[in-house]
Structure formats: structure tokens, C-alpha cells
Design a protein around this ligand. Structure first.
Ligand SMILES: NC(=O)c1ccc[n+]([C@@H]2O[C@H](COP(=O)([O-])OP(=O)(O)OC[C@H]3O[C@@H](n4cnc5c(N)ncnc54)[C@H](OP(=O)(O)O)[C@@H]3O)[C@@H](O)[C@H]2O)c1
Length: 330
């Protein structure tokens, strides 16, 4: 049986291009004792992959050239010589950008797809959801009545942050690119306000949306967008620094309002969700219960077919996605 895979062909210079990737075809090997063969249904595309394509110093080793691109997946067990898995089981894992994976089962987690659809385990009930939960509850620590600002608010992480903040009695203010996304953030995800950072009146609109200042920032973007929140910080505010996507392709993310951190005695903490595995069970318990009860809503942008993954990934970095960006392989 053939396995289509996408490997990293070369390291991008600035903006990612489709020819940074290459499709290869390999033979699926026969299973040895203890191994399991899975077929990928959904591949998750995430901004962190941009960082792995580089060789610069980071919290994780770079993606090796010529190797299958790293990536979270939901897959179905096709064949098993491992007592933990049976054909028909659905599992979350890190099969990467390929159709099939043979593994010893380490790192595969069985999921129940009878109530929550498989794709959601890569979004609001998966890594992005836990990222939202961890940054908000453990670093932002919002109190009822406080104002929580969330950037990239229409995305996989941001959309969950705002909904969790609302469930904790906060005023949730989103920042997103464009009127349509902002409308969705308010209408579908229930934020109290959403400000379009691409609008010329962004700074004024942001001030109007935060009449009592800002207590908690969940920052996904960096640069001028982040600076708008700093200008509105209240004393003893908290900032969960989750991402700086505005700078992932090497753009300048210079900021003006750093003094606000000092004068407002602000706590700022960067974090990597994979380093806090002890919180995942608690986070996933709340997220799965809220999603099943439709108290947390989610959107997905789904590309069809593995060969369209590079284009969809470039689209994610350009803001073409709404909600979680996925690739459907089956
Ligand atoms: N620390 C961690 O452990 C961790 C884990 C997961 C994710 N993250 C970070 O969380 C953030 C969101 O990730 P996600 O998976 O939920 O992605 P996402 O928000 O679904 O998609 C990325 C979004 O970023 C926005 N964006 C892209 N370029 C931008 C720019 N120059 N200025 C402003 N906004 C821009 C786009 O929305 P607009 O149309 O609104 O611009 C785009 O849709 C990323 O920064 C990611 O690196 C961190």
C-alpha cells in the first residue's frame, strides 16, 4: 500500500512558499508485533509549524529537511498488533503530514467520537483549546467583571479564550482582521466587542471597546496589535503571551508602550502549552463538557486532500482561515 507524505524540501526565506514542501510516496511497511497502522482522517495546521521550519534558536528542535512535516492528527486504526488498539478505534497523535502511520502506539490517545466529532479533537477539544484554557486560567486568572482582550480572536485558540472568559463572567473583547471576522467573533462566539486591527480607526475603536481599561490580555499577535492593549492596561493586569504571529515570517514587531508594563506593575508570562501536561486532563474535561453542551462553539476551515496542505498552511499564516485550520484526508 502506498503512503503519500509531505516533507520539508527547504527552509523558507521570510514568507513560506509552496515549493518549500515536496510530496513523496513510500510503501507502508508490514506490521511487527506491538505495532499499529493508522489512517489519518484530519491533519491539524498550526502556526508553530512555521517556527519549526527555521533553524533559529527556539523552544523545540527544528524540523529536519527531507523528513515528514510534523503535525497533530486524528486517525483511525486500520490494523493492529498492539493489544491497546483495535481496528475502528479513533486516536489523536502526531502522525504528521502523511496518509498512514505505522507506530508502536506511544503518543496515541484513544478518543470518543460518538458525541464530539473527530475534527474537534484537533481544535477546541485539543491542543488549541488547552492552550486557551491554560493561558487564560493559569496566567490571566480573570475575575468576574474584568475586561479580557484576546487577539487573533476568530482563530482556533482565540475563539475559545473569549468564550471561556465569558463563562467566567468577564467582558471579552476580541481583535481580528476584517469586519466579517469581527462580526463572527461577536455573533457566533459571543464576545462583547471585537475590533478590526486592519481598520484605520483601530486605536480609537479599541479604546471605545475597553471603557474600563484592560485587566487581562491573551496575546497571539504581537507588534502594533499588542501595543494597543498595553496602552489600556489597568494596574496589576496580567498578560498571557501565547504567540506573536505578526512576526513569524521575520517582520518587525516593534512596540511603543512597553513603559505601561512598569507603571501598571503588569505580570507578563510567555508559555508553551506542551510544557504543562499536568493541566491537560483538567482543561480537556472542561472543554469537552462545554463543547458537548454547545456552551463553547467552534468553526473550522477545512482543506481537502493532503496535496492542498501547503497552500492551506500559507493561508493560515495570512489569516485566510476562520477558526481551526484542518486538512481532511479521508
Ligand atoms: N504558546 C503555545 O503553546 C501556543 C499553542 C498554540 C498556539 N499558539 C499561538 O497562538 C496563536 C493562534 O494560533 P491558532 O492555532 O489559534 O491560529 P489561528 O488564530 O487559528 O490562525 C492564525 C490567525 O492569526 C492571525 N494573523 C496572522 N497574521 C497576522 C498578523 N500579521 N497580524 C495579526 N494577526 C495575524 C490571522 O487572523 P486575522 O485574520 O485576525 O489576522 C490568522 O487567522 C499563534 O500565535 C500561535 O503561535 C501558541
Amino acid at each position: 500500500m502506498k503512503n503519500k507524505q509531505i516533507v520539508l524540501a527547504k527552509r523558507p526565506r521570510g514568507v513560506v512558499e509552496e515549493d518549500d514542501f515536496r510530496i513523496v510516496e513510500t510503501e507502508v511497511p508490514a506490521l511487527a508485533d506491538g505495532q499499529v497502522l493508522t489512517r489519518v482522517h484530519y491533519l491539524s495546521l498550526d502556526p508553530y509549524m512555521r517556527g519549526r521550519m527555521e533553524e533559529s534558536k527556539s523552544y523545540a528542535a527544528p524540523q529536519a529537511l527531507g523528513e515528514v512535516m510534523i503535525g497533530g492528527t486524528v486517525a483511525e486504526v486500520i490494523e493492529s498488533k498492539n493489544a491497546r488498539f483495535s481496528p475502528g478505534d479513533f486516536v489523536v497523535g502526531m502522525a504528521g503530514w502523511q496518509q498512514y502511520q505505522v507506530s508502536d502506539g506511544a503518543g496515541l490517545r484513544k478518543i470518543d467520537v460518538s458525541v464530539i466529532p473527530p475534527s474537534a479533537y484537533l481544535g477546541s477539544v485539543g491542543m488549541p483549546g488547552v492552550t486557551a484554557w491554560y493561558g487564560l486560567t493559569q496566567i490571566g486568572r480573570p475575575q468576574s467583571g474584568e475586561t479580557v482582550v484576546v487577539t487573533a480572536a476568530a482563530g482556533a485558540v482565540g475563539s475559545v479564550v473569549g468564550q471561556l472568559a465569558k463563562l467566567r463572567g468577564c467582558r471579552a473583547v476580541g481583535v481580528a482582521g476584517g469586519k466579517a471576522k469581527c462580526q463572527l467573533v461577536m455573533d457566533e462566539f459571543g464576545f462583547d466587542a471585537c475590533v478590526d486591527y486592519k481598520s484605520e480607526s483601530f486605536k480609537d475603536d479599541f479604546r471605545a471597546a475597553t471603557p474600563k481599561g484592560v485587566d487581562v490580555v491573551f496575546e497571539n499577535v504581537g507588534g502594533a496589535v499588542f501595543d494597543a492593549s498595553l496602552a489600556r492596561m489597568n494596574a496589576f493586569g496580567r498578560i498571557a503571551l501565547c504567540g506573536v504571529i505578526a512576526g513569524y515570517s521575520g517582520q518587525s514587531i516593534a512596540m511603543q508602550n512597553v513603559r505601561s508594563l512598569l507603571v501598571n506593575r503588569v505580570l507578563l508570562q510567555g508559555f508553551i502549552v506542551a510544557e504543562h501536561m499536568e493541566f491537560w486532563p483538567q482543561a480537556l474535561a472542561e472543554l469537552s463538557q462545554r463543547v458537548a453542551a454547545k456552551r463553547i462553539r467552534y468553526r473550522e476551515t477545512v482543506a481537502q486532500g493532503l496535496e492542498n496542505a501547503p497552500r492551506a498552511f500559507i493561508g493560515l499564516l495570512e489569516g485566510k482561515n476562520v477558526g481551526k485550520q484542518l486538512v481532511k484526508l479521508v
